[in-house]
Design a protein around this ligand. Structure first.
Ligand code: HEM
Length: 371
């Protein structure tokens, strides 16, 4: 069974090719003090190291005791390409644990953008787990394992499951997943195989003046974005395409042939080919100044039930990573404010988090440098 490394300078689950299943789980930390917090991060380290490696499910045959493992994967726990990426919210750095002085400089509580309709029960959190795997069962098993081991340390705040097509997941990043508006989503992402590009865009580095412990971490923006799919499905193809600035079937920029052709905005200053307010043009105008606003997106679709008013509850779990939250997500989202796409979408939740640096080996634990 495929596995992803847990130990390393940086956490897995970011440059890792997107697995088919993902879950975002936000927690309130119940730890009473800093010693308790150390216990929490050691425990998370142990559980994630085990779950991502796999092995025999521990057996308890005494009927008086709860089974050690939920049992939902059977006796053998396969790694199944599992990654569990741990990040922390600004609220972890409040007075409870005395960590105020160690907060990453750009970490902040998410505030509302003009088109948002944020549901307080779907926002923020002290700690976020992004759990990805080949299958949903593996993600659910991992979550149940972590919750079972941390009753006095964590309480779930909100949770969402997402998916991309098996076809896209099996291609290991070669095929771009298609979102629930029917457009390829992730095409223009920076190349995750280019380590120096990732150093520039993703990972916190020495020059940024961040606390030393934060080196090799990354800022994460998570947004739960509801789609009005019934309305979208009645929108003419031409309009759908000018909203994004891309051809629906091929994913090519308007006026071009192939998905990975690069739009040329210099020779289209008035937006005759790709409108000035098209999503891709606002998100990345491709000028020298906007190079510092690049990010890595790693979104997943979600599909729940039906709203009280009878509408399908479907959308996007938008997740992006960057070494500077303000230059990345916040700047890009401000440029997108008022975009034509807004009529069809409604951001309802999420938050900003800081992905902890990786755990280099079994002698270390998550957040050790911070604590
Ligand atoms: C590009 C969809 C929200 C940033 C794209 C593309 C699609 C898309 C279809 C073109 C293909 C690609 O390059 O991936 C959506 C949908 C959204 C959404 C359906 C929400 C409902 C956002 C948000 C941000 C964002 C919230 C950041 C604040 C970008 C960026 C690009 C992009 C940076 C690449 C532009 C380029 O480099 O040419 N998006 N997106 N998107 N989107 Fe979004």
């Amino acid at each position: 069974s495929e596995s992803q490394p847990f130990f390393g300078l940086r956490q897995s689950g970011i440059v890792t090719p997107q697995q088919a299943a993902m879950m975002l789980v936000s927690f309130d930390v119940l730890a009473a003090d800093k010693n308790d917090l150390v216990r929490l991060f050691k425990l998370l380290t142990d559980r994630i190291a085990f779950l991502t490696t796999g092995g025999k499910a521990p057996l308890v045959t005494n009927p008086q005791l709860p089974p050690m493992d939920s049992g939902i994967l059977g006796d053998d726990i396969y790694p199944d390409n599992l990654t569990i990426t741990v990040s922390v919210g600004a609220s972890l750095f409040d007075e409870r644990f005395g960590l105020q002085a160690h907060k990453p400089l750009k970490l902040q509580r998410m505030t509302r953008f003009p088109n948002d309709a944020l549901d307080a029960s779907l926002c923020h959190g002290d700690l976020l787990l992004q759990i990805c795997a080949n299958t949903n069962d593996t993600a659910i098993h991992a979550l149940r394992d972590i919750i079972k081991h941390s009753p006095d340390l964590l309480s779930v705040r909100w949770r969402r499951e997402g998916f991309i097509s098996d076809h896209a997941a099996r291609s290991k990043g070669k095929e771009t997943p298609i979102n629930l508006l029917g457009f390829k989503d992730g095409t223009a992402n920076p190349d995750t195989a280019d380590a120096s590009l990732m150093d520039n865009i993703l990972w916190v580095s020495k020059e940024q003046g961040e606390p030393a412990w934060a080196l090799n971490g990354s800022y994460q923006a998570a947004r739960i974005i509801q789609f009005h799919v019934e309305f979208w499905d009645r929108t003419p193809l031409g309009e759908q395409q000018t909203i994004f600035g891309r051809v629906k079937h091929s994913g090519a920029p308007l006026g071009m042939e192939n998905e990975h052709d690069v739009p040329d905005y210099v020779s289209d200053p008035e937006g005759k080919v790709i409108p000035l307010d098209a999503h891709i043009r606002l998100a990345n105008p491709r000028t020298a100044e906007t190079q510092s606003n690049l990010m890595l997106r790693r979104g997943y679709s979600y599909s729940l039930g039906v709203s009280k008013s009878g509408q399908l509850e479907m959308g996007l779990l938008f997740v992006c990573y960057q070494h500077d939250l303000e230059k990345g997500f916040l700047t890009v989202q401000k440029r997108l404010d008022g975009e034509a796409l807004e009529e069809y979408i409604k951001p309802i939740g999420g938050g900003y988090f800081f992905v902890l640096p990786g755990v280099v080996d079994a002698q270390h634990y998550l957040a050790q440098g911070l604590l």
